[in-house]
Design a protein. Structure first.
Length: 293
């Protein structure tokens, strides 16, 4: 059986376990003996920090981190979920806005103030990382507009990156709903048989000749959460923007265009992020139906 063979659909945990198994097999690339010595010593990418980048001046939704979701600021809900992840030693909010900082400090979060010149969340995470006193091996970029992110997904992408020494980046995807197929705010992803990303797009990918959604094809929706090797994170910010990154306005494409490997785990995730004001009512309705508070 190929180490890159696919697995049938199942629960989030089943997908994560499959992703980790594939990632562990990739250890052959650096020598199984050396790899497992590192794993046994718990020194291989063992120190992990979660950073929630948050800015006020969003073009599509100004002040989005502070919008209330059933009575709590959205960023507080994201922070509370992140704190439940077992792989994270520390969780901080990185922002350039005083109002966001005060809000986060009010509910107990550690805050790192960053520059307004940060062009995206990855650059904000890197600046925050440089300001932290402790050194970390992995940085998890937790999107502040994912108030229902499962801690298991955070743990899953961390463990996937730890198990894939040839990857510098890891992220997660879930099944794409047909109604989201042509929504440019829902980013799609193509994954190879070994669990590495091939491409991300705001358009529907793959795109067939009929121009319609194929109900039998397993399209994937990219979840905003991602983790990086901390050394690569510094490299990323020094790389110039790439054509595909600029055309799609997707920062993860700069990773692929420069030839780096990105590990992807497949999970089940019903609630998606808040991209525009209309999404607030949708996620509140979902929470009520699911009896989430």
């Amino acid at each position: 059986m190929s180490i890159c063979s696919s697995s049938p659909s199942g629960s989030s945990k089943a997908w994560i376990v499959h992703g980790l198994a594939v990632g562990a097999a990739a250890a052959v690339a650096i020598g199984a003996h050396a790899y497992f010595v590192l794993r046994r010593s718990r020194t291989f990418r063992s120190r992990v920090v979660g950073i929630i980048p948050a800015r006020y001046a969003s073009s599509r939704f100004p002040g989005k981190p502070l919008v209330e979701i059933l009575g709590k600021p959205m960023i507080q809900r994201t922070w509370e979920r992140a704190k439940l992840a077992s792989t994270l030693e520390h969780v901080v909010v990185a922002t350039d806005d005083d109002n966001i900082a005060k809000c986060c400090q009010g509910f107990g979060a550690d805050v790192i103030m960053t520059s307004e010149s940060c062009r995206n969340g990855t650059e904000r995470c890197n600046e925050a990382l440089q300001k932290l006193q402790k050194k970390y091996d992995i940085v998890v970029n937790i999107q502040g507009d994912e108030p229902l992110i499962e801690p298991e997904i955070i743990d899953g992408i961390v463990k996937a990156l730890q198990a894939a020494p040839d990857a510098v980046f890891s992220t997660a995807v879930t099944a794409l709903k047909p109604e989201d197929a042509f929504d440019p705010n829902r980013v799609k992803c193509i994954v190879d048989n070994c669990g590495f990303a091939i491409y991300f797009s705001r358009g529907l990918v793959p795109y067939n000749k009929s121009g319609k959604v194929n109900p039998k094809f397993p399209y994937f929706l990219h979840l905003g959460i991602q983790s990086y090797d901390s050394n690569f994170l510094q490299t990323y910010t020094e790389l110039p923007p790439t054509p595909l990154q600029l055309e799609e306005d997707l920062e993860q494409l700069k990773v692929l265009e420069n030839g780096y490997k990105m590990k992807v785990i497949k999970v089940e995730h019903e609630a998606h992020g808040v991209d525009v004001p209309e999404d607030v009512e949708k996620i509140e309705s979902y929470m009520r139906e699911s009896h989430l508070t």
